[in-house]
Design a protein around this ligand. Structure first.
Ligand SMILES: CC(C)(COP(=O)(O)OP(=O)(O)OC[C@H]1O[C@@H](n2cnc3c(N)ncnc32)[C@H](O)[C@@H]1OP(=O)(O)O)[C@@H](O)C(=O)NCCC(=O)NCCS
Length: 163
């Protein structure tokens, strides 16, 4: 059973390792240094519109991350991203979808949001498949300096199993 919790400062070296290893799937593909990450974390803890979760496997080991950014309580909306299973022995088991569903439950139940958006690179089939399996619908396509992207959205009342 997967559990999610907000990141802590002690997670930084691990998530930097994950992110640098898989950086080709992110818009900012630069290698992140310890100094850059510390600056990012200072901003992160002061910013209420951004929450990044670590997913822990049943044995308590951190295996991946997924987060919400641009959380807008007036619009009841946010963007989701930074999806990553960093411990590769845990891929191919459906845990990406579990992690996404847990974070979306938090968005809809704890934050009372109505809608979450996510953009995925069109060349990333695994990410596209897990978004569809997690209940997102394709709402458009974008093509610009960031490349070709599939735009997804999930609405709390339209998701599968919504009560
Ligand atoms: C995206 C990610 C979290 C999904 O991990 P996961 O939950 O273990 O998902 P899987 O690896 O099982 O892949 C999901 C689906 O894609 C399919 N898939 C895998 N590689 C594929 C490929 N090259 N082409 C087409 N489909 C592929 C799998 O068969 C699976 O489908 P299934 O469940 O119907 O069998 C993980 O791949 C990851 O960390 N990727 C690197 C970072 C990344 O791309 N992040 C997304 C940024 S938007």
């Amino acid at each position: 059973m997967l559990k999610i919790r907000e990141i802590q400062k002690t997670d930084l070296p691990l998530i930097r390792k994950w992110r640098n290893h898989d950086r080709k799937w992110f818009y900012d593909q630069a290698i992140i240094t310890e100094e850059m990450q510390n600056k990012w974390y200072e901003k992160y803890i002061a910013d209420d519109s951004d929450i990044l979760f670590i997913a822990e496997a049943g044995d308590g080991n951190p295996i991946g991350m997924y987060g919400l950014t641009n959380i807008d309580h007036d619009m009841k909306a946010a963007e989701a991203g930074r999806l990553l299973i960093g411990e590769k022995q845990y891929t191919g088991m459906g845990l990406g979808v579990d992690m996404m569903r847990s974070v979306l439950e938090f968005a809809f139940k704890e934050l009372s949001l109505n809608e979450v958006h996510a953009d995925v690179q069109a060349v990333n089939p695994r990410a596209i498949i897990v978004h569809v399996k997690a209940g997102y619908r394709i709402v458009g396509f974008q093509s610009d300096w960031m490349g070709n992207r599939v735009c997804f959205s999930i609405h709390q009342h339209l998701r599968i199993g919504a009560s």
